[in-house]
Ligand binder design. Structure first.
Ligand SMILES: Cc1cc2nc3c(=O)[nH]c(=O)nc-3n(C[C@H](O)[C@H](O)[C@H](O)COP(=O)(O)O)c2cc1C
Ligand code: SF4
Length: 194
């Protein structure tokens, strides 16, 4: 890939810290994979977890995806059944800020390439913690869906010495809209966020 795109084009990889399923990849193997990619010349690495079909809650945390999916069902029976099945379909992983950080640090300590952190970074304090821990970039999904001006708001807050909390409550309703005709948005925002 490097010889095809040239040295001035960054190649970024994304791997799992854990697949969260029996027989899947776990942290020790993730570190080995990261080391090999690093030796192969990867420019930067993002570490996530889980898989969409088998264990998405590892990378979302917080409220079950089933809640938002059930709310979208027009048929009351389908809504009821989905609510009941939700606990079996989606495992419960409590949300806390920077939930991938401890494991991602173990990968960071094993590679020389740049590290991009992702996972539950909805406050200025969390962004700063990631930077302090030696990561080079932060990737954001839900925090930017909730608050597209997050970066500017966090910078303004930095200048005033206050923590900025961006308001995403990890309800995961945006994520349950991935297949919806209207696309992804934050229903908690004024006007539905669309
Ligand atoms: C609407 C939506 C779509 C996503 N699509 C993908 C995807 O295609 N591939 C992927 O690896 N992760 C995807 N993710 C997961 C994010 O990359 C990320 O791991 C997760 O949302 C945690 O980061 P956050 O706390 O910044 O949202 C998606 C997340 C959201 C909310
Ligand atoms: S719907 Fe809004 S508040 Fe809920 S997780 Fe998505 S961005 Fe955050």
């Amino acid at each position: 890939m490097k010889s095809a795109v040239g040295d001035d084009f960054p190649i970024i990889g994304k791997i799992n810290l854990t697949d969260g399923i029996k027989g899947g990849l776990h942290l020790e193997e993730a570190i080995k994979v990261a080391t090999l990619l690093d030796k192969g010349g990867l420019d930067a690495l993002v570490c996530s977890g889980g898989t969409s079909p088998y264990n998405p809650m590892i990378y979302f945390r917080g409220e079950s995806l089933g809640t938002g999916l059930a709310e979208q069902q027009k048929n009351p029976l389908a809504r009821f059944l989905l609510k009941i099945a939700s606990n079996r379909l989606f495992k419960n992983y409590p949300y806390y800020e920077n939930y991938f950080l401890e494991d991602a640090k173990k990968v960071r300590d094993s590679v020389n390439c740049q590290m991009i952190y992702i996972g539950g970074c909805t406050e200025l304090d969390s962004l700063e913690e990631v930077m302090r821990e030696g990561f080079d970039f932060v990737q954001l999904a839900r925090p930017l869906i909730k608050d597209p001006a997050y970066v500017n708001n966090a910078i303004a807050s930095l200048n005033s010495g206050k923590n900025y909390v961006n308001g995403c409550i990890h309800c995961n309703r945006c994520a349950s809209l991935i297949e919806a005709p209207g696309g992804v948005y934050c229903p908690l925002n004024e006007g539905g966020g669309q």
